[in-house]
Ligand binder design. Structure first.
Ligand code: IPM
Ligand code: MG
Length: 369
């Protein structure tokens, strides 16, 4: 089969890590008889430099015409980059938010899994790590604070800024159903995270989640307040299977979850709508401080490409092959700097590699299978 893959390389380390994921996809294509046709789509700072805006209508149309989009990362140093002198709606991140909204990508899946081989990179105590953990964060992606009405105004000589957090019941219902669907394919447990002791939007969230839960009697569920969840993620991450939550809470908790698995450089993500289309990107940012140095970890992007194969193209065997190859590379002791062991034990048995080498090592292992 032939597939059209939109590619948003973006800014910072984006182009470097996307190049490795493409290498992996090409290897899968050769091995399993698929053709991937890539189309480069401009978004973020590079789009601002080329067109004056972070996302053009043409870029949205290109994304829509693809079977799926693979993305690296966008944005720059918010303190020093000229992109952040622009008004908020013209900054790099506005492009990503516009793309999510335009394509109705309301369901953001962020798996956080502790690889056996990376236990030494995990900052948690051994007794907390136990035999590891494996959770899926299901983050709502097109509502809440990110898309509510906002304004900054001066009243009686005092500047006041306002952001609003709005959800309607339908938006909550569709993401909750996705969360329970995913839980069914995993360990059948949903933790719905909110701030229902304070927020109206969270009280509605809770009510709708309870309604949806009735359709999934085989899945257990609980409610958890977001501050408690932040604590539980470091105290006892094993308890979580699917974490279902709104946009902003999911943004924060997924960064936290990635760090307890060792590194944000390992965390992939998929943003899905009601069709098979999806946008696949590592959960990490553009890391401008290490851009161009060839040291960024491409694994999150490679694993995002595996999610693309699985969710948008229905190629489970191929996705399994990519994930197995990543596992094997880690088992063989190869590490980018972000996943080098922090604890002294085992430090001598691992080999440090750069971005390209890591991509090559993964490709080699797919070829050998
Ligand atoms: C993420 C990022 C984005 C977000 C930024 C770049 C707007 O942090 O995907 O988690 O907040 O959603
Ligand atoms: Mg984030």
């Amino acid at each position: 089969m032939s597939y059209r893959i939109g590619v948003i390389s973006g800014d910072g380390i984006g182009p470097e890590i996307v190049a490795e994921a493409r290498k992996v996809l090409d290897c899968i294509g050769t091995k399993y008889g698929h053709t991937f046709e890539y189309e480069e789509i401009l978004m973020g700072g590079c789009s601002i430099d080329a067109t004056g805006v972070p996302l053009t209508d043409e870029a949205i149309a290109q994304a829509k015409a693809s079977d799926a989009v693979l993305m690296g990362s966008i944005g720059g140093n918010t303190a020093t980059s000229p992109w952040y002198q622009l008004e908020p709606g013209l900054r790099p991140e506005a492009g990503l938010l516009k793309l999510r909204k335009s394509l109705n990508l309301f369901a953001n899946l962020r798996p956080a899994y502790l690889y056996e081989e990376l236990k030494e990179a995990c900052p948690l105590r051994e007794d907390i790590i136990g035999d590891g953990f494996d959770m899926m964060i299901m983050r709502e992606l097109t509502g809440g604070l990110y898309f509510g009405e906002r304004r900054t105004e001066e009243k009686d000589g005092v500047i006041t800024a306002t952001d609003t957090l709005t959800y309607n019941e339908n938006e909550i219902r569709r993401i909750a159903a996705r969360g329970f669907d995913i839980a069914r394919k995993r360990r059948r447990k949903v933790t719905s995270v909110d701030k229902a002791n304070v927020l109206d939007s969270s009280r509605l969230w809770r009510k709708i989640v309870e309604e949806v839960a009735k359709d999934y009697p085989d899945v257990s569920y609980e409610h958890m307040l977001v501050d408690n969840c932040a604590m539980q993620l470091v105290k006892d991450p094993k308890q979580f299977d699917v974490i279902l939550t709104e946009n902003m809470f999911g943004d924060i908790l997924s960064d936290e979850a990635s760090m307890v698995t060792g590194s944000i450089g390992m965390l992939s993500s998929a943003s899905l709508n009601d069709t098979r289309f999806g946008l696949y990107e590592p959960s990490g940012g553009s890391a401008p401080d290490i851009a161009g140095k060839g040291i960024a970890n491409p694994i999150a992007t490679v694993l995002s490409a595996a999610m693309l194969l699985r969710y948008s193209l229905d190629l489970d065997t191929e996705a399994d092959a990519v994930e197995a190859a990543v596992k094997q590379v880690l088992k063989d002791g190869y590490r980018t700097i972000d996943i080098m062991p922090q604890k002294a034990a085992g430090a001598s048995s691992v080999k440090r590699v750069g971005t390209k080498e890591m991509g090559d090592l993964i490709v080699e292992r797919i070829e050998k299978r």
